[in-house]
Design a protein around this ligand. Structure first.
Ligand code: PNS
Length: 159
């Protein structure tokens, strides 16, 4: 079985994340685990359980996926799940340096796991969780960017 992990902070899960999961799970991998990082270096707006819940709601119609929280090293968690691939999205050139550093380090930590990058569909190339939060905080319309549950959760946070 061809298994991938798709790790991230997902604070919150967006349509850009969903687009990537959809393409990976329908065309490339037998199973994709969406791995929501607990101890991300970022201060998150949503708790781990909220971020997991919102990712699950956003992906409810996709069958061969599972959303799980994790803490500790990603490569160790991937190995436990029998995943041979770490999947990441690469949107713009400015993502590259950070992604290159992470994938190189992950490779040093576990040489059996490969990082694979997918570029977003054109309409999501500009999308990020941080921008969505900023727009929501300022009262803008985010309905094109996130699932309705995520939108409602953001509106509640910023009310
Ligand atoms: O979406 P993000 O916030 O860029 O995701 C970063 C994430 C969660 C993938 C990264 O911080 C991570 O893998 N954290 C787990 C801890 C770990 O393995 N750190 C070493 C990375 S080389």
């Amino acid at each position: 079985m061809n298994i991938a992990v798709y790790p991230g902070t997902f604070d919150p899960f967006t349509n850009g994340h969903k687009d990537l999961v959809q393409r990976a799970s329908s065309n490339i991998f037998d199973k994709v685990y969406i791995c929501v990082a607990e101890n991300s270096k970022k201060d998150t707006l949503f708790s781990l359980s909220e971020r997991i819940h919102l990712a699950e709601k956003s992906l409810h119609e996709i069958k061969n996926i599972e959303v799980i929280g994790f803490s500790g090293l990603l490569v160790d968690f991937a190995e436990k799940l029998n995943a041979k691939v770490i999947l990441r999205g690469l949107r713009v050139v400015s993502d590259f340096e950070y992604e290159f550093q992470m994938s190189s380090m992950n490779k040093k930590l576990n040489n059996n796991i490969e990082s694979i990058f997918l570029t977003p569909s054109e309409s999501y190339a500009f999308l990020s969780s941080s921008l969505v939060k900023e727009i929501a905080e300022l009262g803008g319309d985010i309905s094109k960017f996130v699932n309705p549950e995520v939108r409602a959760a953001l509106e509640k946070k910023y009310k």
